[in-house]
Design a protein around this ligand. Sequence first.
Ligand SMILES: Nc1ncnc2c1ncn2[C@@H]1O[C@H](COP(=O)(O)OP(=O)(O)O)[C@@H](O)[C@H]1O
Ligand SMILES: [Mg+2]
Length: 661
Amino acid sequence: MNIVNVIEGSNSLPAMIRQDDFIGWVYKIDYENAFVMTNDIWKSKVNGVSHNCFLLAAAFDPTNFAAVKPAQREVILLRVVGSSNLPMDDHLVNTKIEHYQEREDSKADSAKLDDLTRNQLQFNDLQCRVLGTFFTNDAGRLCLGSDLESYHSATQLQVFKPRGKILETIVNYISPVREAAAKEDAMRLGIKGTMPDFTIGAIRYTSSNRLQKFDDEVEFRIQSIDFLARRTAVFGMTRTGKSNMIKQLVSVVKSTADQTGLKIGQIIYDLNGEYANANQQDVGALADVYPEHTERYRMLPAQGFHLIQNNFYLQIGEGFMIIQQVMEERTTPSADLRAFLNVSFEEPDKDDRSAHNRWEVKKAIYQAILYKAGFPSPKNLTVSFPVNETIRGIVDPGNQFPQAQHGGRLQLTLEQARAWFELARAANRQSSLSSSSGGNWFDEDGVALLNMLAGRNSNDAYITGYKHLNPLKDFHSPDRTKDVSEEIYEHLLIGKIVILDLSVGDPNQRSRLSKVIAQHIFKRSMGIFNKGEFPPNIVIYVEEAHNIMGRKDDLTDTWPRIAKEGAKFRIGTVYATQEVSSVHPNILANTENMFVSHINNESEVRELSKFYDFGDFGPSLIRAQDVGFARVKTLSSPFVIPVQIHKFEPKKDAQQKSGTV
Ligand SMILES: Nc1ncnc2c1ncn2[C@@H]1O[C@H](COP(=O)(O)OP(=O)(O)O)[C@@H](O)[C@H]1O
Ligand SMILES: [Mg+2]
């Protein structure tokens, strides 16, 4: 990890304490909280002490560190969470009020207060959360314990406001343990050494953010390894910068792949079509930034997009699975429909000749059903299947239907196949009635399919049959020659960015297709893993996740499984939504990284407060509506850090790739 630990080394503790940053004294402390007495003058010298700002407390003299007792060689990290009352505050408020009552003009002037009172009036106090304790280990490495081991009320703890490089070190701090773990993770991915980190924003404490600007900007970096095979949440109200954050992450992952030579596939569920097309307000549609590495899919035809839909005539298994799912959802199937939905299209072993022949016949009848149900057919599609001579003679005594070049097979157009199978069904009914001509020629599945095709049940009474399938033709695309999920998986294998533009088309179809694709990615990677090989690295981004990942999904459903087991199969997930409460509890509980911008209500903040130290930011999350003002917890950092996320700017990004940034 490239942490620029500016103040690393054996003198790192005294280097954190600069007399210019002094702001006051700790007058009360326990394991959880520290109360700091400060003064208007000291505060103004450091450009103010804002809510949520970091402070440091130390009891040693940094100019003579060698003389400091080992027990005192520590720096306590604090976060300002509010104010409290100094014991003499009430008395001072009285003095202040009396002073204003006695005044005759409106000019601000405290000169009339006697010196002692004025001095006292300037004192005020801060309540701080104890975030941890910095110390150095035997190797001289800066470490942070996430608590306060012991405290001495009598110790004189001076308090400082870290700025510049000191603040940069604090907010980018990574523990040696995490660093070692990250190295191991990287090694498992086949990377020697460490994975790169990237600046994604600058420290920002408040919405006003005015005084802070007098100081130098302090960069916040994220470790790319935190996002591979991990879960990341992006929370915040609409238009507070969630999609911008996702673009940043996609670009971080892409740059990581470029810099390490690791292939990382990325797929974005783009519900608003904002990644695929440049829109007016934003430059930075990913497809424009990485034209060579992006593949776009859509449910309706458009220039530069592949169609998501499968070709039902060719991707028999995938298409039939959609039919099964939709029909099960829409109706309580009748016995005939049920028999059809239970048909298995799994291909038997080729060596099992008779089973394989029966499967070919089933496939042919199914194609004829699709045709009759109005599914547009691929150009020049012919249907070919084996038939024995006797049956051929009975079904087609006049030899009207063309035989394939190799004997024993028919090769028909879809229209011919429909006609042939309808004749075959009628003939088979005759044959099964008179046992002398050989009984039933078709197995159970075959009969169910023929009934669907004819729109009649086994007693020859009318049924809805093939007409059931007509509305499902929107799921079908006649031009595709390969299963879309597999095609997408192959793009991911070679490290492409796949954008699924789900902004157009039927919402039901949208969530179904999304799921089928996610399921396929999961299954394929799991398959590779189970063979003892390494699955590819894939990151799945889901925008408006509440539309796609159900809160009430079963634990065995696709999304909860991806969240829970994806890490094993090297699948990372990043999901964005406004509502913390809309996320499946299992996914939430497994989330390692969180980026949170403005949230507009108490109950969502309460959900969020259950995680890490987000509770400290409740009021500010509700109040500050600033775009890109995020509170960030990543796997590598031990606490939440308030950050202004940089706007994703492709030009900069191109430079980053060529190493000039
Ligand atoms: N960090 C940022 N800095 C500046 N502008 C931003 C930032 N994040 C987002 N924006 C801009 O704000 C608008 C809304 O951002 P967007 O990411 O689409 O929000 P969301 O996905 O939460 O609805 C966009 O025009 C975007 O360019
Ligand atoms: Mg968005």
